[in-house]
Design a binder for this molecule. Structure first.
Ligand SMILES: *[C@@H]1O[C@H](CO)[C@@H](O)[C@H](O)[C@H]1NC(C)=O
Ligand SMILES: *[C@@H]1O[C@H](CO)[C@@H](O)[C@H](O)[C@H]1NC(C)=O
Ligand SMILES: *[C@@H]1O[C@H](CO)[C@@H](O)[C@H](O)[C@H]1NC(C)=O
Ligand SMILES: *[C@@H]1O[C@H](CO)[C@@H](O)[C@H](O)[C@H]1NC(C)=O
Ligand SMILES: *[C@@H]1O[C@H](CO)[C@@H](O)[C@H](O)[C@H]1NC(C)=O
Ligand SMILES: *[C@@H]1O[C@H](CO)[C@@H](O)[C@H](O)[C@H]1NC(C)=O
Ligand SMILES: *[C@@H]1O[C@H](CO)[C@@H](O)[C@H](O)[C@H]1NC(C)=O
Ligand SMILES: *[C@@H]1O[C@H](CO)[C@@H](O)[C@H](O)[C@H]1NC(C)=O
Ligand SMILES: *[C@@H]1O[C@H](CO)[C@@H](O)[C@H](O)[C@H]1NC(C)=O
Ligand SMILES: *[C@@H]1O[C@H](CO)[C@@H](O)[C@H](O)[C@H]1NC(C)=O
Ligand SMILES: *[C@@H]1O[C@H](CO)[C@@H](O)[C@H](O)[C@H]1NC(C)=O
Length: 466
């Protein structure tokens, strides 16, 4: 056994005394240094530091090919393109792995059979089992593939849950070997500015190009959305993403305006079709620029006060001044003229673009319509287009397909037989350097229809590098 203290009693006492003195000296030195350092750094006391910083990226894209008819349940999924681990396909529930601001997008086509009754599909996004908002679509059976959609920007706490709930109707399966039509995506935002505004009053009609009034905010990071004016003010120079969703049973045109003049995007729906006049857009803004949604014609309907179906959301994608944001790769391109498939081979035609709003990283070749990933990472893509007003017959759809290299990622249609309505698609994909993403017009047509000269808009941005 090893002795710590000498055997001699006198010597032992001295050693103990010296140890005690040494301890007191060291302890007082330590206390002094802590006090001194906190005095020298009054702006950064240790108590305000977060307990732990979450470094891992969070993203998912889950999808299904089959029917989903389980009314009053959280929608479940068959497969995933991306899942950093927080989305449970078996339950359809996403669980936040960290506090933060998250973006969600959902799309699924309405099931209808051969009768001519009006059938609705109504999906709802729930946070911790409580409704955030609804994305309904109703129509006759011939609009067979027209989808319901919903988007949200939400501030979540660790372990908060998000899922899509099937409130009414049924989701239709892709036919044959068609690519999947049901898609749910989400990711953690890095940006410092984000908002999600919603309406709560039954309907809003305007013939005077009025600003669409919003009544509440699910999210308003940095308070850049003024509810009274229903206007977003850009806090810094940068590129911002926006999404509008709203439904109507009458002919309705909504546009998103920058500084009372420039239309940044528009959506519309037509009479006899109770559906979304939604759209997305992504635009470079300067500090102080004002952005708001305007109702040019028609009416936005709310099914009732509890169903929040008119939503405007936005967030910063790239801050021009700071290198702290990683999404330096982003693009937004627009096709300004009509496009007919004219391809009897059934393969479809690559959609190309005539106007470049942004192309940081030079990944998008607008004239070919192909985005080539400048670096490997997880990217978010959004596509909005409008159907032409040409009558192409009953059961005739305009259908787009998203391709990753030679693989079909998903498809979306609008099948209203006579009038224009938006076609949406969105994805969150993991890409290798030089992987190619493109949109094909598989059948039908896309058209600018009214004079905003935007018949298709395609945008994408890097969420995180790998
Ligand atoms: C979806 O449901 C329809 C109608 O019930 C049925 O005909 C079809 O086979 C189903 N599709 C799949 C992929 O289960
Ligand atoms: C779904 O739930 C609602 C409200 O609880 C209820 O009225 C409705 O009958 C349910 N539908 C089905 C198909 O279970
Ligand atoms: C069509 O679907 C609706 C709702 O699921 C159902 O009530 C109706 O009986 C169906 N009609 C036919 C002809 O299958
Ligand atoms: C979050 O959930 C995990 C796994 O269920 C659990 O271990 C942890 O204690 C939870 N944390 C909080 C703050 O609820
Ligand atoms: C509404 O806006 C449209 C296009 O932006 C314009 O053509 C029309 O004159 C405007 N109407 C009114 C009443 O200001
Ligand atoms: C919000 O907008 C209203 C109406 O334009 C204005 O009176 C108010 O000062 C604005 N609030 C802020 C915080 O800018
Ligand atoms: C924002 O952009 C404008 C126009 O390019 C420029 O004049 C201004 O200095 C920029 N602001 C900042 C803070 O860099
Ligand atoms: C772009 O699309 C148009 C219309 O389909 C087509 O005529 C043209 O050849 C395309 N351009 C390129 C470079 O592929
Ligand atoms: C863009 O695509 C067009 C048409 O395919 C091609 O001619 C052109 O070289 C491409 N541009 C670049 C920079 O790759
Ligand atoms: C796609 O398929 C064609 C023919 O099968 C092939 O020539 C081409 O290299 C493929 N492209 C990619 C990006 O895999
Ligand atoms: C962001 O960029 C920095 C520097 O380029 C890098 O160290 C960091 O890992 C990136 N973060 C993510 C989430 O990609």
């Amino acid at each position: 056994m090893v002795r710590l203290l000498p055997k001699d009693r006198k010597l032992r006492r001295w050693v103990i005394i010296i140890l005690i003195i040494t301890f007191i000296l060291v302890a007082s030195l330590l206390i002094y240094s802590v006090v001194a350092s906190s005095k020298h750094k009054p702006d950064n006391p240790p108590t305000t530091r977060p307990p732990h910083v979450y470094e891992d990226p969070v993203a998912f894209h889950v999808y299904s090919r089959g029917n989903y008819t389980d009314v009053n349940s959280t929608i479940r999924y068959e497969n995933a393109y991306v899942n950093t681990g927080s989305m449970d396909l078996e339950t359809g529930v996403f669980r936040a792995p960290t506090d933060g601001t998250y973006v969600f997008n959902f799309i699924a086509p309405r099931y209808s059979n051969t009768t001519n009754e009006v059938l609705c599909l109504n999906v709802r996004l729930d946070r911790n089992g409580l409704p955030i908002g609804n994305g309904p679509i109703c129509g006759d059976s011939y609009e067979q593939w027209t989808p319901a959609s919903f988007n949200a920007v939400l501030k979540l706490k660790l372990n908060d849950t998000v899922g899509m709930f099937l409130e009414q109707g049924a989701i239709k399966a892709s036919k044959g070997s068609d690519p999947p039509r049901t898609h749910f995506t989400g990711f953690l935002l890095e940006g410092e500015s984000a908002f999600h505004a919603f309406r709560t009053v039954e309907s809003f009609a305007s013939r005077k190009n009025e600003t669409i009034p919003f009544h509440g905010l699910n999210t308003d990071i940095k308070s850049n959305f003024n509810l009274t004016a229903s206007t977003f003010t850009a806090p810094v120079n940068g590129t911002y993403f926006f999404q509008f969703s709203g439904s109507s049973s009458t002919s309705t045109d909504v546009i998103l305006v920058r500084n009372d003049e420039e239309p940044m995007g528009y959506g519309y729906t037509r009479i006899s079709h109770w559906g979304s006049a939604g759209f997305h857009t992504m635009w470079p803004l300067q500090n102080g620029d004002k952005v708001y949604a305007r109702l040019n014609t028609g009416q936005l309907d709310e099914a009732d006060r509890d169903l929040k179906i008119t939503n405007l959301l936005g967030f910063i994608v790239a801050d021009e001044l700071s290198d702290s944001m990683n999404s330096s790769i982003h693009f937004h391109v627009i096709r300004t003229s009509s496009l007919y498939t004219g391809r009897p081979d059934g393969i479809g035609q690559l959609i190309n673009y005539t106007r470049i709003i942004s192309n940081e990283g030079e990944g998008m070749n607008a004239s070919s319509g192909i985005f080539k990933a400048p670096e490997s990472g997880v990217y978010a893509f959004h596509f909005t287009s409008h159907r032409g007003s040409t009558y192409i017959g009953p059961n005739a759809c305009s259908t787009v397909i998203q391709m990753r290299n030679n693989e079909t990622i998903g498809t979306s249609s609008n099948c209203h037989s006579t009038y224009s309505a938006p076609i949406f698609f969105h994805s969150v994909l993991s890409l290798q350097t030089n992987d190619e993403i493109s949109m094909l017009l598989h059948e039908g047509d896309i058209s600018p229809v009214i004079d905003h000269k935007m018949c298709a808009r395609f945008s994408g941005f890097l969420i995180y590098s790998t």
